[in-house]
Design a protein around this ligand. Structure first.
Ligand SMILES: Cc1cc2nc3c(=O)[nH]c(=O)nc-3n(C[C@H](O)[C@H](O)[C@H](O)COP(=O)(O)O)c2cc1C
Length: 310
């Protein structure tokens, strides 16, 4: 059975995964702790916590709230900063078989470019994922991903700064995700990741205040799966680069839906908090599905869903 997929294909910007199951940024830290729990080398790829040039302390608490079919988070991009990443983490990644993709954020377009240039010379980094989609950044993040021209400027700055594949992670908090997708692909994105969290909130009726310290947070988990699936379907039809599906994927069936909608790979996020083995169960389930249905190559699944005729 062939499960391998190409996330990026052009020259030095190529990245082939042994299978399409990745873990989502911010839900797997820097991978090192999970390596003690299961064989993370089986994963298609690991995406690191979003990291900025300088370390960030993140949001005040309360940062997390549970919702009926998901969770709210406002972690606020807490991270160790690029220098610690390069000194303490990347040397470990360089010994791993599984590719590690580093998610980056900047407060300015230039800072995104600085992060990309810094990672260009850091061994152990397979690709870069641009976080222009987090609703929890006080500076950077979603504000750069809601305007096609600004999103393109960030993408172009990073593509100029590195030979590594540049994956752009899109926000669902826009009127037309397709417009943003086309704009960043024109600016040189190797692949797209759809989607980051939906901006949301909750209120404590006892205190009459928002539960999350920064009022708004990002909604993730099963609640957002149908929205993410719709966006992957739309974006995959609008661009020619690989699309990575993300949002509420908890089971192999969820992942197969995204692949059928046109995703080349998938990322498992919130599900890992309930079950740290969720990404491996998703991979095992995809393999079982392929065996049971006599599918020799994962590309027979990718984009297999057809519009209903009405
Ligand atoms: C606690 C938490 C932290 C997250 N941190 C990041 C982050 O640092 N960077 C990022 O791009 N996305 C971050 N995300 C968003 C996820 O990567 C993912 O896009 C989103 O949660 C939807 O997928 P899911 O429903 O499978 O979790 C975070 C999500 C959660 C729940």
């Amino acid at each position: 059975m062939n499960l391998s997929v190409d996330i990026a294909t052009a020259g030095k910007r190529s990245l082939t995964l042994t299978n399409p199951v990745m873990v989502a940024s911010g839900t797997f830290s820097y991978g090192v702790d999970y390596a003690k729990i299961f064989d993370i080398q089986r994963l298609g790829a690991i995406v690191s916590k979003t990291t900025s040039m300088q370390a960030r302390a993140g949001s005040p608490t309360q940062r997390i709230d549970e919702t009926p079919a998901g969770m709210l988070n406002s972690i606020g991009l807490q991270n160790v900063g690029m220098r610690v990443l390069a000194r303490d983490l990347a040397p470990k990644w360089a010994r791993w078989k599984v590719p590690v993709i580093v998610s980056i954020i900047g407060s300015t377009v230039e800072e995104y470019g600085d992060c990309a240039a810094f990672l260009e010379t850091t061994p152990g980094v397979a690709a870069i994922e641009l976080n222009i989609s987090s609703p929890n950044a006080q500076k950077g993040g979603m504000e750069f991903g809601q305007d096609p021209d600004v999103a393109a400027a960030v993408t172009a700055a990073c593509v100029r700064a590195t030979q590594l594949p540049v994956i752009v992670k899109l926000t669902p908090n826009v009127t037309s995700i397709v417009d943003i997708a086309k704009s960043v692909v024109d600016a040189g994105a190797s692949a797209l990741c759809c989607i980051n969290t939906l901006q949301a909130m909750s209120i404590d009726v006892r205190t009459r205040q928002p539960r999350i310290a920064r009022t708004f947070a990002g909604l993730s988990g099963p609640a957002i799966k149908p929205v993410a699936l719709r966006m992957v379907w739309q974006v995959a039809r609008a661009v020619s680069v690989p699309v990575i599906g993300c949002g509420g994927i908890s089971t192999a069936t969820d992942a197969i839906e995204f692949l059928m909608a046109g995703a080349t790979a998938v990322q498992v996020g919130t599900a890992t908090f309930r079950d740290p083995l969720a990404p491996i169960r998703v991979l095992d389930g995809i393999e079982s599905y392929m065996r049971e249905n006599n599918i020799a190559d994962i590309h027979e699944v990718i984009g297999a869903a057809r519009p209903t005729s009405t």
